[in-house]
Design a protein around this ligand. Structure first.
Ligand code: SF4
Length: 242
């Protein structure tokens, strides 16, 4: 019968495992250490060089409406609804004076359709009446539109206008920023501040898209596919599956 490993030996092997893990992570530091952030960005760039917004749209206004519809709903479902919707309502004026009951039924598959109808009609009216039917291009102005908070404003500013004013923090970015130890916060506003401090500004727009793509494809909420993840060696999340 093979001899059981002595306590001393198993202690040594545990120490050796711990030191190997620590050597792997210490090569690029921990948390928001700049070398580690660079390594994360390089790996995301490698995996998703062309990550972009998955919501179908042809102009900033359509992107705004699609983003409002995407709250608590998948982009796929929004993309099923919007082509017919944008044909029926070809711009801010058409949405501003839409029949609410009819609009509710048209966007019903995206969920929360009563509130979303109020937001869409309210935002469209304000765009028509106060912004000459053009989507405003500053964070402060966007935040005055009904139904628009920082996430939606950041999507529109980043994707439609190429302006890095903040970082989009949706459910994927929230989860991954914590798993990658780029924040300890749970409040989206604080997470955004942490990411703005850790990530170089010229990467803010692409970085958010890349995290969203990674969250959908690999680092999923329930069963992250760590074995397929190219961030595996520098990730020490307690949610890891390998
Ligand atoms: S190793 Fe796992 S938990 Fe860490 S980022 Fe990759 S998929 Fe997510």
């Amino acid at each position: 019968m093979p001899a059981k490993p002595s306590r001393k030996a198993s202690g040594r092997s545990a120490r050796s495992r711990a030191s190997k893990t620590s050597a792997r992570t210490s090569a690029v530091g921990r948390g928001t250490d700049p070398a580690r952030v660079r390594a994360i960005l390089e790996r995301l760039e490698e995996a998703y060089p062309a990550a972009t917004c998955a919501l179908k749209h042809e102009d900033p206004f359509q992107l705004l409406i699609a983003t409002i519809l995407s709250a608590q709903c998948t982009d796929e479902r929004v993309n099923m609804v919007t082509p017919a919707l944008f044909r029926h309502y070809p711009g801010p004026k058409a949405f501003a004076y839409a029949n609410p009951t009819e609009l509710q039924q048209e966007i019903r598959p995206t969920g929360f359709f009563r509130n979303k109808t109020k937001s869409i009609i309210g935002a469209s009216k304000k765009i028509v009446e106060e912004f000459h039917s053009e989507v405003p291009q500053t964070m402060d102005q966007l935040l005055t539109l009904p139904g628009v908070a920082r996430k939606t404003a950041n999507v529109v500013l980043g994707t439609a206008f190429g302006q890095a004013v903040g970082v989009v923090v949706d459910t994927h970015v929230q989860r991954l920023a914590r798993r990658l130890d780029l924040t300890k916060n749970t409040d989206p506003k604080k997470i955004e501040q942490d990411l703005m401090a850790a990530i170089p500004r010229d990467k803010w727009i692409l970085f958010a898209h890349q995290l969203i793509w990674h969250g959908r494809r690999v680092c999923q909420a329930r069963h992250p596919k760590c074995i397929e993840c190219n961030l595996n060696k520098i990730c020490y999340s307690k949610d890891k599956t390998v």
